[in-house]
Design a protein around this ligand. Structure first.
Ligand SMILES: Nc1ncnc2c1ncn2[C@@H]1O[C@H](COP(=O)(O)OP(=O)(O)O)[C@@H](O)[C@H]1O
Ligand SMILES: [Mg+2]
Length: 270
């Protein structure tokens, strides 16, 4: 029986490749015959856009309605109203209204577990659930962490910040202690890499020096490629848009690496 491994893709900086990685990793895992649910948990709805939902803000039913129903003990909408399909992949979309839900979550007892409560019964239906988060360490990201087995952290060498990463790791440790003891760190994924540049070399060395001994740094690295923006623009995965490119192969390798992965414990960092 399937019992999904749930992975949050998080980094409180915008533009580190979270959404692109969630989307393309889902497709790469699907090519390996894994059944994947994508969860857009960012009010910007970028993952929903990638998935081909042209106007997430016009959706009659999205993540916020499902969470609102859960919080108010109302019956949930029917699954076919909020689960979308592309190829063999499913998606729960989000839109700007999720930012209102985030505010409502603040007043709710035990609200950190709202998303976990929604996803728990769905784990029987999938091999992987990938949650794309918004660029913040607020209640939405904490909900995602509370629902997850592990965290994948995309790092863009151009935006490298040791302080930023330490803040994220501190939150993960807190969530592990207080809400979700099973959470671990899946690994750091280097994205938008241009190995010829000094900036890349410098950032990669710093990531290794700071975290190499306590956190897995995926040997698959995602190259910088203008094709990524194009594929996102056309709401196509890299596997469909450009099956033979290096950046496609990188996400395919990441999927394989992930499947073989032994988890690095978040507690190693505490
Ligand atoms: N490997 C890559 N090469 C070039 N551009 C990329 C790559 N990955 C992502 N991008 C682009 O960078 C921008 C930010 O990526 P995105 O996945 O939306 O990051 P985040 O979700 O962390 O904000 C997008 O415009 C995306 O098309
Ligand atoms: Mg994003």
């Amino acid at each position: 029986m399937l019992k999904a491994k749930t992975i949050t893709i998080a980094n409180q900086k915008g533009g580190t490749g979270k959404t692109t990685s969630a989307y393309n990793l889902a497709h790469a895992l699907s090519q390996e015959n894994k059944k994947v649910l994508l969860v857009d948990f960012d009010p910007q709805g970028n993952l929903s856009l990638c998935f081909g939902i042209e106007q997430p803000d016009q959706l009659a039913i999205s993540m916020c309605n499902v969470l609102d129903a859960l919080m108010s003990d109302h019956p949930l909408p029917a699954e076919q109203e909020y689960i979308h399909h592309q190829d063999n992949i499913d998606l729960i979309p989000s839109n700007i209204e999720l930012s209102v839900t985030e505010i409502n979550l603040r007043d709710e007892m035990g609200s950190e577990k709202t998303l976990a409560t929604l996803l728990e019964p769905m784990k029987e239906l999938y091999d992987y659930i990938l949650i794309d988060t918004n660029p913040s360490l607020g209640l939405l990201t904490i909900n995602a962490l509370a629902a997850s087995d592990s965290v994948l952290i995309p790092v863009n060498p151009q935006l490298w910040s040791a302080t930023g990463l330490t803040q994220l790791l501190n939150i993960i440790v807190k969530v592990k202690k207080r809400i979700n003891p099973r959470i671990t760190i899946e690994g750091i994924l280097m994205t938008m890499c241009d190995p010829r540049t000094n900036l890349y070399k410098e950032a990669y060395k710093l990531v290794q020096d700071y975290y190499g001994e306590i956190i897995r740094i995926f040997s698959s690295q995602i190259p910088l490629s203008v094709k990524v923006g194009e594929a996102n623009f056309y709401s196509q995965s890299l596997m469909t848009y450009l099956p033979k490119s290096k950046v496609t192969a990188a996400y395919q390798n990441l999927a394989k690496e992930l499947m073989q992965h032994e988890y690095a414990q978040a507690s190693n960092h505490s």
